[in-house]
Design a binder for this molecule. Structure first.
Ligand code: ATP
Ligand code: MG
Length: 351
């Protein structure tokens, strides 16, 4: 396995600039997840690593080697796409062996590699079946098997689980993670799924409009986001943002509702402050502030309550079962030590 160094790369299609100055260091054996809104450039970046797109500026290195001008087939990378397109007329074993046959690998070695991949992926009983005789999750595993037999330096995955149902996704998530640990594989993985990103990644790269917003371990991004975008993007349901006013004595209020005890933080000015609080960091408290309840969603293990605080939208995830109904007033209390502050103009975190 190898490390991947993405040094300040840019991508443009004619006049359209898609990626700007993207820099990411991926260590050998690391599981890196790319997230960001649709169109932010995740697949483009992945395809550039694979060599399927040219590099407009900057440098990509795999291990020590600069690969900007290396053909995809010579990069020793295996990519698994969202639509994993198995060859329908080939059995599972033939699908997995195909790339090795093309490379004119010796028969014995092909058989060994297919056998080993089938073992890892629990596909042994299915080797003689055709893709149409497999479930979605089994097909997904065959697609991974095709990647594994190649013993690549790096695996690239572009939303590989998005076609699967929720339950199968959970199983496959665990399988990919186990697989990664067993092979000590270097993986770059694109997903839209929050839970996938949080649970699988050693490191998450948050992208927006072709730029990297922040890179970090999942819980570091969750606890310590650099800006409003990352704070709102990581975590589900997402962080609440309230426009607050900061009094000269450091009191915070939403509309005319005082939100918490005065705080002394030099970077807070009276205007242009956004107050960020995660839904799970809000408690029921008789002495708290009034929430006008709009929607109550009992989830069994918790209750989600959406409402208005001083006229602004806020969502709470409460551990208790709540009897409140739309139109009621609930007294709530954001956990003061969990609140984050952002400059409303730049979106930057105030510390
Ligand atoms: N061949 C191309 N020519 C011109 N523009 C392109 C081309 N391929 C992609 N783009 C543009 O580049 C931008 C990034 O696309 P990309 O597919 O990388 O986004 P993404 O982050 O993977 O989005 P999604 O989450 O929807 O898959 C988009 O605005 C897209 O329209
Ligand atoms: Mg994409």
């Amino acid at each position: 396995m190898a490390s991947v160094h993405i040094n300040n790369i840019a991508k443009a299609y004619g006049a359209a600039k898609i990626l700007h100055d993207v820099a990411v260091e991926i260590e050998n054996g690391e599981f890196v997840v790319l997230v960001g809104p649709s169109g932010c450039g995740k697949s483009t970046l992945l395809r550039m690593i694979a060599g399927l797109e040219s590099v407009t500026a900057g440098e990509i290195r795999i291990g020590e080697k600069v690969v900007n001008d290396v053909l995809p087939k010579d990069r020793d990378i295996a990519m698994v796409f969202q639509s994993y397109a198995l060859y329908p007329h080939m059995t599972v074993a033939e699908n997995m062996a195909f790339s090795l046959i093309l490379k004119k690998t010796e028969k014995r070695e092909i058989a060994d590699k297919v056998e080993r991949a089938a073992e890892i992926l629990s596909l042994k009983p299915l080797l003689e079946r055709f893709p149409r005789q497999l479930s979605g999750g089994q097909r997904q595993r065959v697609a991974m098997g095709r990647a594994i037999v190649r013993d690549p330096q790096v695996f690239l995955f572009d939303e590989p689980l998005s076609n699967l149902d929720a339950k199968l996704r959970v199983t496959m998530r665990a399988e990919i993670r186990t697989l990664q640990q067993r092979l000590r594989a270097t993986i770059v993985y694109v997903t839209h799924d929050q839970v996938e990103a949080m649970t699988m990644a050693d490191k998450i790269v948050v992208m927006k409009d072709g730029r990297v917003e922040q890179i970090g371990a999942p819980l570091d991004l969750y606890d310590d986001p650099d800006n409003v975008f990352v704070a709102g993007f990581i975590g589900s349901p997402s962080m609440n943002f309230l426009n607050v006013t900061v009094g000269s004595d450091g009191t915070l209020s939403v509309g005319n509702i005082p939100l918490q005890k005065p705080i002394t933080m030099p970077s807070l000015r009276s205007s242009n402050v956004q107050y960020g609080i995660r839904p799970e960091h809000i408690d029921i408290d008789e002495g708290g502030v009034p929430l006008d309840v709009v929607v109550v969603e009992p989830m069994g293990s918790e209750t989600q309550v959406a409402g208005k605080l001083g006229g602004q939208d806020i969502v709470c995830v409460l551990k208790d079962r709540i009897k409140a109904r739309p139109g009621d007033i609930l007294k709530i209390r954001p956990q003061a030590d969990k609140a984050l502050f952002f400059d409303s103009e730049s979106g930057k975190r105030l510390r």
